[in-house]
Ligand binder design. Sequence first.
Ligand code: DQA
Length: 146
Amino acid sequence: MTRRILLVNGPNLNLLGTREPKVYGTDTLADVEALVARMAAEFSLDVRAMQSNHEGEIVDAIHEAREDCAAIIINPGAFTHTSIAIRDAVAGVALPTAEVHISNVHAREEFRRHSYLSDIAACVIVGCGVQGYEFAVRRIATLLAE
Ligand code: DQA
């Protein structure tokens, strides 16, 4: 069985490090991708990382995961709160999916409280900073070992 995780970061997460550092911290997207790869390697998992500002590209990447990935870690950014298409893609590929948000979306604007993904995600990690990605890898490794 494949031991690969698809890591998806959605819109504006390419700006990590400089974007609202009080909310999202100072680690860059490259730091996050390296962190996930490092943590995954501890569990003999490897990672394909992608970031896109375009909903359809994210849908395509999720579909492609069917071919060679065992699980998905996704921070859909603002698409969390708007995208039925990303929800349907995740449901469609039926891979265990960890939803990560760097900030505590429940302590921010009301519109961030609803996620189209959370009820079908294997786990949801919110407000742990970029460390949330680390927790997601650990959880996915546990699920894949079951
Ligand atoms: C985010 C939270 C979203 O509400 C926001 O639109 C983002 C990032 C987070 O990681 O905290 O772009 O997903």
